[in-house]
Design a protein around this ligand. Sequence first.
Ligand code: ADP
Length: 494
Amino acid sequence: MKYIIAIDQGTTSSRCIVYDQQANPIAVAQQEFQQIFPQPGWVEHDAEEIWQTQAAVFRQVLAQQHLNPQDIAGIGITNQRETTVIWERSTGKPIYNAIVWQDRRTANKCAQLKETGVEAMIKAKTGLLIDAYFSASKICWILDHVDGARDKAARGELAFGTIDSWLVWNLSNGELHITDVTNASRTLLFDIDRLQWDDELLQLFNIPASLLPEVKSSSECYGVTRHPDVGTGIPIAAIAGDQQAALFGQQCFKEGMAKCTYGTGSFLIMNTGSRKVASDNQLLTTIAWKIDDQVVYALEGSVFTSGAVIQWLRDGLHLFENAAECETLAASVADNGGVVFVPALTGLAAPHWDPHTRGSIFGITRGTTSGHITRAALEGICFQVDELLSTMNADTGVPISELRIDGGATANNLLIQFQADISAIHIIRPSNLETTALGAAYLAGIATGFWTLAEICQKGKIEREFHGTIASEEIEILKRKWLKAIDRSMHWAD
Ligand code: ADP
């Protein structure tokens, strides 16, 4: 058996990658699927379509390399987190579309719950805040709004799962109803200390325990594939949520190591080892992974709009035709010309947590060009990540000295150099930027004996490193300007 397959089930597409013994990707296939917006603020996926597209790309990668199931040592799954599916155990049919992590339909319900004063208890148990983002209120919504769902749930006829559970259920042809600790830790129902579903939380969200999958570690042979669409007998050997898989794929194996993804949004996540660090600044405490009996915790913060601001300059303002051109445009000017761009197009997450902030551009003069605006937008991405870094440093008491990066926007050297400058941090860009899929593959490789951890440590190749080059006084001046801009853009929307 010469290969590991990573199933990378994302928010907009289903992907599969085959890795050889050297951890080189030798086959890749990807299919987008429909985004369903039934009402403003609602986002759904057709769970059947997720499975069908995932099975299709699985078959495609096997066909590309003329592989048989016997050639595959194991499958590692990584997935969009929090997205919620409920299906009938007898038929395997979902009773409602998957409610996606971005969906805000339960925001009011969550706000009401907050007012009852239970957030401190919830935070202590789950490491999370009360928010519509997480699965619990989505489960409750489906049970309350689908005809007969509560009765069926009471009779034990329904199953809940995040996308990993849904895929494993299908891969195993209904034999396995499981999830892993990383996905469970994003539901608001899981005690991340005791590593168990929590009865008090289940009662609070009115969710019967009979719905829940069994919670496993992130790297073990859970069972084998039994579905004719993907072939039978392949070990299903790893599950991890996308950000946690990326942390593993970036080889942030030691306490204090952190990675940041620069995609549509940005996600900074730090390995805090066996320490469950509670944030004073509303970062999330979550499980990074569990291998054998060892649980590793993480601290996580996100920026809602990072690469997406470049999309807006492209599609909204038509400043350039493809995202890569923004670097040339930004480099056409020596500096931002006094322009500061707060790219809070959909509000601000940590550490400001203000949904009413909107994108703002300050300091425009008659000399301002599209180059200055673009440069300021890229800098705005970095300032937001810098605030996450500072917040995390304050929470852990240990400054992050080295940051590993991935995601589409990290191709932009000007962006990354500015990050290194403003945060005075050493940044490492790996040659393989597909760290999410790679992390799932590594976890499956460990479970099946395909790789040892020591072998994995030999594999990560660095493509380029960036070091801060500007003086601390200059950093101070830039940050003061940024904070002034943030202050003036907050609480804007009614
Ligand atoms: P996601 O996984 O969230 O869809 P990706 O990792 O594929 O995101 O990255 C795409 C994002 O990166 C887009 O928002 C795009 O605007 C941005 N992006 C892509 N290339 C560049 C670039 N060279 N400079 C800045 N941003 C970029």
